[in-house]
Ligand binder design. Structure first.
Ligand code: FEO
Ligand code: CA
Ligand code: CA
Ligand code: CA
Length: 611
């Protein structure tokens, strides 16, 4: 197959073999090269210092690319294929990899301040000489921006200004400093970026309340100790009881305007948002889908009140008003046939129907005993009351831009069915068990079709597309939409989803080293025709890394990934990964380099174009 180098590629590739977990390399298919666009610490302003691992400061980090890039988007500017803009999330920090331990012990305050500035998001302009060539970042880009753990945000939606969001530092309840644990996200049709504040609980010291417990907030001192640097990080400090309620939202930033104030949208509810992705309904209302990444938590959708238009500023307010729903899945097979083993029921499919249960409607709570502010701030408790289906850790929930079908990555949940845990097997989460023989170690992927393919529908049908795993080393049953298991690449712990221009699904993984023993990966999954369910591995990330933020520019013969936390499991002094610069001798590290890993954004491309 060839000849597609002119005017659009097809990303033809032969699946790579799975890569053993301790291989410290980015592995790509034959005919492809990789190129690092930007890495942690790279300066993104003219006056930003070069990265210097042995001379770090919060002031420097605030002007450099942050740590642990996760969600990623790269868009060419309208009418110019040689210039564009990159947006990345910076989910969290690995202090043990970032800092010399001796220096960190002597400078705990600066370590905390650096870490706060290493979180958040980055907007960076990119440039290339011609279409098809790899992108490079522009240090002096006019739109370059860092959003960190200290950047001012406004709050909008029905809970903005609520007493539940007020602190001594912000009596308005409408102005928050920072965004934290930004995991996945989505780019809106109006060109802004949505980002999910996920495991925000870890940054706070709570009070031991019931709501703290439901959100996993401990009353013990936080791991990073930020409450020692800024009192707002402990709810035990008077006046800051509500600071924690100001995190756990979907945030929206406008990458085209570096002076714009980013927004936290309360109308989409507060939970561990993996991300948020938009589908425009036929009537012009926009629907945002979002998963709550926790064992036994829920899948949500938000339907805007207003319709999309040509007015970009009006579109930026679409997520401010609308109705919030949570998903309830019902299987169509007898419960007796869902035995927790992952074995297909007699109708040959894990499938059924479901409904979207309204938590808010027309600006009013639909949950007995809770105000709309309470529903939005304590969304998990609201959904608990309404009979939502407890899922196996919902990660990305993304509509296919070609077909409208929704795909839900359920990364794993080995607690299902264990004594004392919250639920046993059901048809939408059919693996359960106290033993590893049946537990959902490897995760699954649900395909959901809204009734009449209307994104605003309140009912749907669903089926399980994949029950992940390694068919050659099975622990429990696998299922690849009926495709022969011996012909697929092994896949475990699906996390981020992406689609190419034809609507083919791509899945990146988080956790394969610990389950099936391979480096985390990016896979292509055919959805239609005789090869539906065929999983083909495209790349593997280095030792200790997770594959995040996949972006498929098939017409450009390019795939982009965030290589997140390479070398996790090692330390600054004893790295297990040297990605991406591979300077294994510290004496050979020049300024701006590090003898150790740096999270990076990578472009994988076919130089020949016609592969
Ligand atoms: Fe940050 Fe759910 O992965
Ligand atoms: Ca994720
Ligand atoms: Ca069935
Ligand atoms: Ca993850």
């Amino acid at each position: 197959f060839g000849g597609n180098g002119q005017g659009g590629g097809k990303l033809n590739f032969k699946a790579i073999a799975p890569v053993p977990k301790n291989v410290d390399a980015l592995t790509v298919p034959a005919g492809y090269d990789s190129h690092v666009i930007i890495r942690w610490g790279d300066p993104i302003f003219n006056d930003a210092p070069e990265f210097d691992a042995k001379n770090q400061s919060a002031a420097a980090q605030a002007k450099q690319f942050g740590y642990n890039n996760d969600y990623l988007n790269i868009t060419a500017d309208q009418g110019n294929s040689r210039r564009g803009i990159l947006v990345a999330n910076h989910e969290y920090t690995n202090e043990e990899l970032m800092f010399d331990a001796e220096w960190a012990a002597a400078n705990p305050e600066e370590v905390r301040r650096i870490a706060i500035e290493a979180h958040g998001m980055a907007v960076v302009e990119v440039r290339r000489d011609k279409a098809g060539e790899p992108w490079n970042y522009v240090k002096s880009g006019a739109r370059n921006r860092r959003i960190t753990g200290s950047t001012p945000f406004t709050v909008d939606g029905y809970a903005a200004g609520s007493d539940l969001l007020k602190t001594v530092a912000d009596p308005t309840g409408k102005r928050v400093l920072g965004t934290l644990n930004n995991c996945a996200g989505g780019t809106t049709p109006w060109g802004t970026v949505l980002s999910g504040e996920e495991n925000f609980n870890q940054y706070f010291q709570g009070t031991g309340s019931a709501t703290d417990a439901r959100y996993g907030i401990s009353s013990a001192p936080s791991e990073r100790g930020w409450e020692l640097t800024d009192p707002r990080f402990s709810a035990q400090n008077k006046g800051y009881e509500n600071e924690i309620n100001r995190f756990g939202w979907v945030v929206e930033i406008d990458p085209q305007d570096p002076t714009s104030t980013p927004v936290k949208h309360t109308a989409l509810g507060r939970f561990k948002h993996e991300g948020a992705n938009i589908r425009v309904a036929e009537d012009g209302r926009v629907v945002a889908y979002s998963g709550d990444d926790e064992r036994f938590d829920y899948v949500y959708k938000f339907v805007s009140k207003n319709k999309i238009s040509k007015d970009r500023e009006a579109n930026k307010k679409l997520l401010s008003e609308g109705d919030l729903y949570v998903a309830q899945f019902t299987g169509d097979s007898p419960a007796s046939e869902i035995d927790g083993s992952g074995k297909l029921p007699s109708d040959g499919a894990f499938d059924g129907s479901g409904k979207w249960i309204a938590l808010t409607k027309n600006g009013k709570s639909q949950v007995p005993g809770m105000s709309i502010e309470e529903v939005l701030v304590y969304t998990r408790l609201a959904a608990d009351k309404m009979g939502a289906t407890k899922m196996d850790r919902p990660e990305d929930v993304e509509p296919n831009p070609v077909t409208g079908k929704l795909y839900i990555a359920l990364t794993n949940n080995t607690d299902r069915g264990k004594p004392g845990k919250k639920a046993g097997a059901d048809e939408a989460n059919p693996r359960a068990g106290a033993t590893s023989a049946t537990a959902n170690r490897d995760g699954h992927v649900i395909e959901l079709t809204e009734t009449k393919n209307d994104a605003t529908a309140v009912t749907f049908n669903w089926n399980i597309l994949l029950l992940c795993g390694d068919p050659k080393n099975p622990v429990s049953q696998q299922y690849f939409a009926g495709y022969p298991a011996e012909k697929v690449s092994p896949i475990s712990c699906p996390d981020n989803l992406a689609f190419d221009s034809k609507g083919t699904l791509w899945i990146s993984t988080d956790g394969q080293p610990g389950t099936i023993g391979y480096c985390d990966a990016l896979h292509k999954v055919t959805l239609t025709g005789a090869e539906r369910g065929k999983v083909e591995q495209f790349l593997a990330v280095p030792f200790g890394a997770e594959t995040c933020g996949p972006l498929i520019h098939d017409r450009d013969n390019s795939v982009f990934v965030s290589v997140q936390h390479p070398g996790e499991g090692g330390s600054f002094a004893a790295p297990i990964s040297y990605f991406p610069d591979y300077i294994t001798n510290p004496a050979q590290a020049k300024k701006g380099q590090l003898s150790g890993p740096r999270p990076s954004v990578v472009q994988v491309y076919s130089p020949a174009g016609a592969n």
